[in-house]
Design a protein around this ligand. Structure first.
Ligand code: ADP
Length: 515
């Protein structure tokens, strides 16, 4: 979290900023598309021939074994025709018996197949080489033209002068066995020239694709980056307002989920900050009003007592004492709440009698409030023990009783009740005053919250009492709440788990202040 500097300001450090989201996304997209294009180029340029050879060889291999199997078919010749057409291969199949070979099938898919031009010597050599290579061989031949056409293997002697190269061909030779056990010599032949034509076309296409890809990726990067960064920039501008103390009601950005959530979070933060800001302003106004009134009274009465003879009466002294006590309790509240804000409050649990504590408070308040016409009743059942921080629980009960007295109705009656419910003790503080409106109920536990009321001296407090109650009860993980109805009064309550009396004997002890 950002800490204020030594002047107490939470300023931005004006150091070097990293590059914006828009530029970053823009370069990422551009980089990615250039990489994709580069990969395409490398594969097309460097490995295309290798891929073509590998794939054609694989296809020839499977066609060759298929041919061997289909010798058993009745429509063998038709099968050969369609195979040749489908694959753009020339096919020649021999049956081999000893040194004799007999043509079983001979099909052309195009003019210029070299397998039909091979001389007996070349055929014998190819057969021997195939045998040597384990029954499969791939060879490249040149189709030459002089007065007539002839085939030359690539690594054979140079072509005779005057002969022209017509085409380059790939020949696949294999030795197979037919289902009837005959020995077959299968020759397949296809052109190498289409490869070059294809490569040229592909390269042309690739240039167009590259241009298209770069253009599209630039456009995409631009729009996407704008779509992502614009709402963020808007939210950032609006959020800057928070530090200046302007709390816009609604940040609304719904272009995508994350930004929608961020705008909701900012709206909530702005709402909470404006609430705290308003409450703090109200608190300062109220506190300064509440501090000024007793101070004026104290000064006024003290001056009268000093200047006018016979005014130094016990009643006047009592007014000064009462007003000073009021001041002291307000300051105490403020000290208490700042302690919760600044330190990690802990509780110091000990066994004590909830019944005895409530009864003694009832007696104390009855005696204190009787002169002002208040009745404080106590409805306490059997003796109930709890394991809790006695000081804090007493403070909770005092704050609740103070409120009940302050806000009590015309009957000026406050009832303190202790009820046993299974394994918990429930403390209730009841008054029959004006009650609290339903819409105010969720907020009364908030710090500085005061229900809007005409400012009645002696009744309106600092708005901290219930937040101190809440902090104390939450430290005990206690359940608490209020039931209130306008013009009928309120019942504030909390519950603490009970402990058995024998446990009390085992671990008695005076609670100590936990700071
Ligand atoms: P305060 O010092 O103003 O009493 P609290 O935090 O104790 O502050 O209470 C918050 C607000 O809850 C009060 O301003 C008051 O309007 C309301 N309130 C608390 N207790 C009662 C009660 N017993 N009857 C009616 N209203 C109450």
């Amino acid at each position: 979290m950002k800490q204020p500097n030594k002047n107490g300001r939470c300023q931005q450090d004006g150091g070097r900023r990293s590059i914006g989201l828009r530029t970053k996304l823009f370069f990422c997209f551009l980089g990615f598309s250039l990489f994709a294009v580069a990969v395409l180029w490398v594969f097309q340029m460097l490995f295309f021939d290798k891929f073509y050879y590998a794939l054609t060889k694989k296809r020839m291999e499977s066609v060759s074994s298929f041919i061997a199997r289909s010798t058993a078919y009745a429509d063998f010749d038709q099968e050969m025709e369609s195979l040749a057409r489908r694959n753009a291969f020339c096919i020649r199949v021999y049956t081999v018996e000893g040194n004799a070979a007999k043509t079983l099938a001979s099909v052309d898919s195009e003019i210029g197949c070299v397998i039909h031009l091979l001389s007996n010597r070349q055929l014998n050599e190819l057969f021997d080489d195939t045998l040597k290579d384990g029954g499969r061989r791939v060879a490249e031949y040149r189709l030459m033209e002089e007065d007539f056409r002839f085939a030359l293997e690539l690594d054979e002697a140079a072509p005779p002068p005057g002969a022209q190269l017509v085409d380059e061909r790939l020949v696949y030779a294999s030795l197979e066995t037919s289902p009837s056990g005959e020995r077959l010599f299968v020759l397949l032949d296809c052109a190498l020239t289409p490869i070059d034509a294809t490569v040229i076309v592909l390269r042309e296409q690739l240039s167009v694709i590259t241009l298209l890809l770069v253009a599209v990726s630039l456009l995409l990067a631009f729009f996407l980056a704008r779509n992502i960064s614009d709402p963020l920039a808007t939210l950032n501008r609006a959020a800057k307002g928070l530090s200046n103390g302007t709390y816009p009601e609604n940040y609304h950005e719904d272009r995508y989920r994350e930004v929608e959530e961020l705008s909701e979070t900012l709206s909530t933060a702005a709402c909470e900050l404006s609430k705290v800001d308003r409450l703090q302003k109200e608190l300062i106004a109220n506190i300064s009003h509440d501090l000024r009134t007793p101070l004026t009274m104290i000064i006024g009465y003290a001056e009268v007592m000093r200047d006018i003879e016979g005014e130094n009466t016990p009643e006047n002294v009592q007014v000064i004492i009462d007003e000073a006590t009021r001041l002291s309790s307000m300051v105490q509240d403020l000290v208490e709440i700042s302690r919760y804000q600044n330190t990690k409050a802990r509780i110091n649990p000990a066994f004590f009698s909830l019944t005895a504590s409530l009864s003694s408070l009832a007696e104390e308040y009855a005696a204190l409030c009787a002169p002002k016409g208040y009745t404080v009743l106590s409805e306490v059942a059997e003796e109930l023990f709890v394991l809790a921080d006695q000081k804090r629980i007493l403070q909770v009960m005092r704050n609740l009783i103070d409120n009940a007295v302050n806000y009590s109705g015309e009957d000026k009656t406050v009832i303190l009740r202790l009820i046993k419910k299974d394994r918990v003790g429930r403390v209730e503080i009841e008054d029959h005053g004006g009650g609290i409106a339903e819409e105010d109920l969720p907020y009364i536990w908030d710090r500085y919250y005061k229900v809007e009321k005409p400012h009645i001296r002696g009744v309106v407090g600092s708005g901290l009492g219930l937040s101190i109650v809440r902090a104390n009860l939450e430290l005990h993980a206690a359940v608490y709440g209020v039931e209130s109805e306008l013009s009928r009064g309120s019942v504030f309550w909390f519950e603490l788990p009970l402990v058995d009396p024998p446990a009390l004997e085992a671990a008695p002890g005076e609670p100590e202040e936990a700071e």
